[in-house]
Design a protein around this ligand. Structure first.
Ligand code: SF4
Length: 330
């Protein structure tokens, strides 16, 4: 399949909040550049139409920032996102017509819904503004999307605080779908829900993807959820993709030491003479994106690190069809 959504050379740097001493140092010519946060650092990624790609990594690795850039909510510092060959944002960071074709579902549905707005109004606002539906049609339109996500259409008259967490996430999904997107970027959409509700929402994503021919970018730190839902996986570490490939291959045969460490850090229930939980946490902490280590960003935590890793950046190189890793030893 041809690339449908292509992410090329995306970087995002955030300027530091300068203190008085920083300003004095800058005036004296001392560099403040080193305090710039490199949240995303030169990412290339391709999504084919209708596929689900998981974006995985520890908190702070830049996956949510990348998701916002892909959804056209945040402009990149460098690079471009294209959908069907059309830019999602202009060079100046302004949303384009294409932007509505990519919608986002956030982790916290309560924070993403206006508490003063009835659910029906919140769902109708965007489609009316973008001429997807007239005001006269809006009520029926909203009711149909509430039904699609498994909610009573009469809930349109209620406010967000009248719902449970799982119901609110269904409303947030309905609001994104009401914009008739072709790509849904889901940023940890089940992380704040109870385990039983998580399974329902994951099954809802599977159903919606099938019925609406959606392309999904699923951002998560939960490797189990990603394995269940995604065709391919991209593993992020400190702003860069370090490994990507088909889900089954990545889980069965990880080629990057970080991917291997992530998989080994997942707690497993072992039932023998007695019930035990086994896991192997990753040593050390994610380095600061303000001062990433030279060479391979993972070298201080990598059990296989060699001299070369401390000075030479490993680039993402193909290992096999549809499979790549950024490691000198991969
Ligand atoms: Fe480990 Fe070196 Fe590979 Fe980085 S490049 S993951 S430090 S072996």
């Amino acid at each position: 399949m041809e690339p449908f959504l292509s992410v090329s050379g995306i970087s995002k740097r955030f300027a530091p909040q300068l203190t008085l001493s920083d300003r004095i140092a800058a005036a004296l010519g001392s560099a403040t550049e080193s305090r710039t946060v490199r949240a995303v650092d030169g990412i290339d990624l391709v999504l084919k139409k209708g596929e689900a790609v998981g974006l995985v990594g520890e908190s702070g690795c830049g996956k949510s920032t990348l998701g916002r850039i892909i959804a056209g909510i945040m402009p990149p510092t460098e690079g471009q996102v294209r959908l069907d060959g059309q830019p999602v944002m202009s060079a100046g960071g302004r949303p384009q017509k294409t932007t509505t074709r990519v919608q986002m579902v956030f982790q916290d549905p309560f924070a993403s819904l206006d508490p003063r707005m009835r659910v029906g109004d919140a769902l109708a606002e965007g489609p009316i503004a973008h001429d997807l539906v007239t005001k006269a049609e809006a009520s029926e339109y909203v009711r149909s999307w509430l039904t699609t996500v498994g909610l009573d259409p009469d809930y349109a008259t209620r406010y967000p605080h009248q719902f449970s967490g799982g119901q609110r996430q269904r409303i947030a999904i309905a609001r994104a779908l009401a914009m008739k997107p072709e790509v849904l970027v889901c940023d940890e959409p089940v992380a704040s829900l109870d385990v039983s509700i998580q399974a329902q929402i994951i099954n809802l994503f599977l159903k919606l993807r099938r019925e609406l021919d959606l392309t999904l970018l699923f951002i998560s730190h939960d490797l189990g959820v990603v394995r269940h839902l995604c065709d391919r996986v991209a593993i992020m570490y400190l702003g860069r993709i370090v490994e990507q490939g088909p889900t089954r291959q990545i889980y069965d045969d990880p080629r990057h030491p970080y991917t291997r460490a992530l998989l080994e850090s997942v707690p497993k229930l072992v039932i023998d003479d007695h019930v035990d939980v086994q896991f192997n946490p990753i040593e050390g902490e994610l380095p600061s994106p303000m001062s990433p280590p030279p060479g391979c960003h993972f070298h201080a935590r990598c059990p296989l690190s060699v001299d070369r890793c401390r000075s030479e950046r490993p680039h993402l190189v193909p290992l096999a069809a549809d499979r790549a890793a950024a490691c000198h030893l991969a």
